[in-house]
Design a protein around this ligand. Structure first.
Ligand code: DAH
Length: 330
């Protein structure tokens, strides 16, 4: 029996252990034979033999169970090792991206106007002459067309030079009241430190029954908006000209760099021009068949806002894809 005991201790697999178990406790095993032999004994001899037999039986049952648990634990461990992942293997630095400053600025602008109950409208980038110019009170050969250096395709198609055509599309699609903004890309043949051929604008349009919308409403919302964007700034409206608005104005904020004292960025005027706006020209309403309405509109360049907010000196650097610029906005 000592040999079997050693075999159990030395056993290295569950299969081997089961063989030993069968040889001890199987129908034709050691203990079955011993209990057969027991039957033939009588009296004290039988009693004594039964006792030792039960003790050895218990002992071997315990030994087998103990070994089984130990082997199972080893097996589970080795299975887990096989399927485990070495988390230290790829510990390269992972780099999270960040929103492009132009899109970040766009989001902030949209956030304001959505909170003021403006809807968001969209239009195509490739436009026709009617939506981009004609319906906006910019007839052919009008000198104001020169303000926008246009990329033309064949058949009077063009890349939209501003987001204003979306005003026209929205008014043709639905009736007043309208309270919309249109964020999107626009294109002009222009390239220098403050211009890129593609940039982004946000257009705004509010139309309601005649007399319900005035320049005063426009002033209120734009002042509030500019303070939301730039913090504690002064806002002023300067008379200007746009074909689609009458009267027209440009809004300035007090220079955020010198607090209005006068510096290089504001050309020593103390003011920064930030957007165009005005009361919608009746000719625009005529072009879309609107009657007895009044409205105001505004348009702004998102890159200009981003440049001012983040103090980016050269607009072109926003589109060069240089990670060193983008990493600053994480
Ligand atoms: N469309 C003008 C531009 O691209 C911006 C603009 C000015 C839009 C005044 C307007 C507005 O709606 O009222 O320069």
């Amino acid at each position: 029996m000592k040999e079997i005991e050693n075999a159990i201790v030395a056993c290295e697999s569950l299969g081997e252990l089961d063989k030993i178990r069968v040889s001890l406790f199987g129908k034709k095993g050691h203990f079955a034979a011993q209990f057969e032999a027991l039957k033939k004994l009588e009296g004290d001899a039988k009693k004594e033999f039964a006792q030792t037999l039960n003790v050895t039986k218990e002992k071997f049952l315990d030994l087998l169970n103990e070994k089984k648990s130990a082997l199972e634990a080893i097996m589970i461990e080795s299975e887990m090792k096989k399927s485990s992942v070495d988390v230290t293997l790829f510990n390269q630095e992972s780099s999270a991206g960040a929103l492009h400053p132009v899109m970040d600025t766009m989001d902030k602008i949209i956030e304001y106007f959505v909170s003021m109950n403006f809807s968001i409208e969209e239009g195509p980038l490739v436009e026709d002459d009617f939506h981009n110019f004609e319906a906006l009170n910019l007839p052919k050969y009008h000198p104001a067309r020169d303000m926008q250096d246009t990329f033309y395709f064949k058949d009077s198609m063009l890349l939209r030079t501003h987001t204003s055509p979306v005003q026209i599309r929205t008014m043709l699609k639905q009736s007043a009241p309208i309270r919309m903004i249109c964020p999107g890309a626009v294109f002009r043949r222009d390239f220098d430190i403050t211009h890129t051929p593609m940039f982004h604008q946000v257009e705004g349009l509010v139309v309601d029954k005649a007399g319900k919308v005035s320049f005063a409403h426009l002033k209120f919302i734009l002042e509030d908006f500019l303070k939301y964007m730039f913090g504690d700034v002064k806002v002023r409206f300067r008379p200007s000209f746009f074909p689609f608005t009458e009267p027209s104005a440009e809004a300035d904020i007090s220079c955020i760099f010198c607090k209005g004292e006068g510096c290089r960025v504001c050309s020593h005027t103390g003011w920064l021009e930030v957007l165009g706006c005005g009361v919608v020209d009746p000719n625009v309403f005529k072009a879309v068949g609107y009657k007895d309405v009044s409205g105001y509109a505004f348009g702004l360049g998102v890159e200009r806002f981003a440049m001012l907010l983040h103090q980016i000196p050269d607009l072109r650097s926003l589109f060069e894809g240089d990670l060193r610029l983008l990493e600053q906005f994480k």
